[in-house]
Design a protein around this ligand. Structure first.
Ligand code: ATP
Length: 296
């Protein structure tokens, strides 16, 4: 019995690992499935790239993840974003904010409704063309085990050193890179110099600026930065958003206050939209969320 109990305990642990592995596999399978269900069209349309930023339109989009057919992730979601506009997306956890990004990038196709970029259905563009138009600044940027310069060049493989450094300047990353032991040649990542959260974010912004896409998707970090980093990241983001259409999953008061428009998602539905002041005055979902989240 004792041996058995011991065995069960070990089994429990192994089983836990197995479950985790199975979970990972399920997600992987789903991703692979996604890959195969989302295909580039055989006769793709080449839409013009607008200098003023992309126009985006979600029209009555309904979507659920393949693994959860009964749970709507977005319901009758419509959104018109003008070229150059900055729209902040806010809402409680699980409201569907990241799903908006995933659909725009076409990691999935909606069950119904359509998504246009510059007047063309995203399904009519090649995946390469579509994703080439979109710059992404994730919550936590991946830093590769290579030099600072190469880390930024990932934004546009083949970019010249000058171009890459100009993007670093524009993203307020140049000055901190120059303080590193070997400047732009400094090795970063696991076995190199570790960067602070704010520095990693500015590397991500520099990559996006180098890519120079008309559309920017920002997933603002939730973790607090020190005041100095905060200011630099904010300045970098402002420079990145100039002349681009920006959708930002916002967690900071400064960001929502500067946005042209805020949309509020709740349980996959767009429930409110307006400016910060308008939405606070409306005293609805946003006002409650702002009181909890943006208490700066
Ligand atoms: P958070 O602020 O926590 O990141 P969010 O507003 O970005 O949340 P989404 O990630 O868009 O929310 O999730 C919307 C709904 O879809 C949630 O119910 C979530 O559990 C579900 N969901 C998200 N990703 C997947 C996935 N890959 N497979 C299945 N369900 C998912």
């Amino acid at each position: 019995v004792i041996i058995l109990a011991g065995a069960t305990a070990v089994l429990g642990e192994v089983y836990g690992d197995l479950l985790r592995a199975a979970g990972a596999t399920e997600r992987l399978m789903e991703l692979l499935e996604t890959r195969s269900s989302v295909t580039s069209p055989s006769n793709p349309v080449v839409a013009p790239v607008l200098r003023s930023g992309s126009a985006i339109k979600f029209d009555a989009v309904n979507f659920h993840y393949p693994s959860r057919p009964l749970q709507a992730a977005l319901t009758d979601f419509s959104l018109d974003v003008a070229p150059g506009e900055t729209v902040a997306i806010v809402g409680p956890s699980g409201a569907g904010k990241s799903t908006v990004f995933q659909l725009l990038l076409r990691f999935y196709d909606p069950a119904s409704g359509r998504i246009d970029i510059d007047g063309v259905a995203t399904r009519a563009l090649t995946l390469e063309d579509l994703r080439g138009r979109i710059g992404i600044v994730p919550q936590d940027a991946v830093i590769f085990s290579t030099s600072a310069l190469e880390n930024i060049r990932y934004g546009k493989p083949g970019a010249s050193d000058e171009e890459t450094k100009a993007a670093a300047q524009a993203a307020f990353a140049h000055d901190f890179i120059m303080t590193l032991p070997e400047g732009y040649d400094t090795f970063l990542g696991e076995r190199g110099v570790r960067l602070s959260g704010g520095q990693r974010q500015r590397i991500a912004i520099a990559r996006a600026m180098l890519k120079n896409s008309p559309l920017l998707l920002l997933d603002e970090a939730t973790s607090a930065l020190d005041a100095e980093s905060e200011r630099m990241v904010q300045a970098a983001l402002e420079s990145a958003m100039k002349g681009r259409t920006t959708l930002v999953i916002a967690h900071r008061l400064a960001t929502v206050q500067q946005a042209d428009r805020i949309i509020v998602l709740d349980h996959g539905k767009l429930v409110e939209q307006g400016t910060h002041d308008q939405l606070v005055a409306a005293n609805g979902v946003y006002a409650r969320l702002a009181a909890l989240q943006f208490m700066d």
